[in-house]
Design a protein around this ligand. Sequence first.
Ligand code: SF4
Length: 341
Amino acid sequence: MNKDEIIQFLTADGEEQQMLYETARGVRDKQFPEGVCIRGVVEVCNLCLCNCDYCPMRRDNLKNNSLFTLNEEGILGAVEQMTDCGIRTVFLQGGENPANTRVAGGAIRKIRSMYRDEVNIILNLGVKTAAEYAYLYEQGANGYILKFETSDPINHERLRHEALDKRIEAIQLLLETGYEVGTGMIIGLPGQTIDSIADDILLAKSLKVHMCSVSPFLPAAHTPLERYSSGSIDLSLNAISIMRILHPEWLIPSVSALEKIRIGGQIAGLNAGANVITVNYTPKQESGKYHIYGENRFVVTLGHALQTIAGAGLQAAADLRKPAAGPNAISKETNHESIPS
Ligand code: SF4
């Protein structure tokens, strides 16, 4: 698919759009017959020293946010709930700050031992030094997500107040270190064009990453972009389908921002070819302080994830990367985020 074709499919609607989704689903189902991977995320720290204009956790909002850092006990307690549910992809996420290297690093070996090594540990802790990436890898993390958000260097610098190259270089460093790397883009940022979204897809392809997300922009209170409109769901879904067709092997999440904009948005993401859902295991008290999409973000529970997967006519799978030691399936008997029976 060349750039002109990507642009054409990004704007597809009606019958053409349905055919795009159907093709993407077929590609996914052939590549991942096991079903949809459920990840469990723990948000370890909400201090971020970046200043992205779309994010309420930005540096200029520090005075408005109630800061927290989970201790090791808090992280391991959350992960214990995942083990009980059969989830074997543990995702540790936090704002970009140097301190969270030790916060996450200290827990990683213990998480590996809780799972007897049958686990994927993915991090999303922002840009770090080569030594920090190597340290976290040596502790046992095997995946890292670092989103470039927009490939337009001018818009990137305008909205994130740093050069696009800083993130690109960090992604390359992560790949060189040995991580499976995920990146991602936001759809609907002010100043973004269809041409630029096509470039986002092509940039992700050229980076040779293993995972990529598409999130519709959500305007959040107390940010410079609070008065802008949300990103388009259709454009986001079309981008998911295009990425699936271009990269059958990628893990592509159906993100909570889709559900925030439209009830059933995450089913639509799966129907467009996504194959991952992330369930939130951050302790409730801290989860309410993690304002990544604003104070009223949609927090995904295990019950919601399972209903969404079933609603798309798919199966929940613990892990799509490695053969499982035990049955590669997650219990369906739950209606909330607590441990299924
Ligand atoms: S989007 Fe991420 S890097 Fe940017 S301010 Fe928010 S938490 Fe920090």
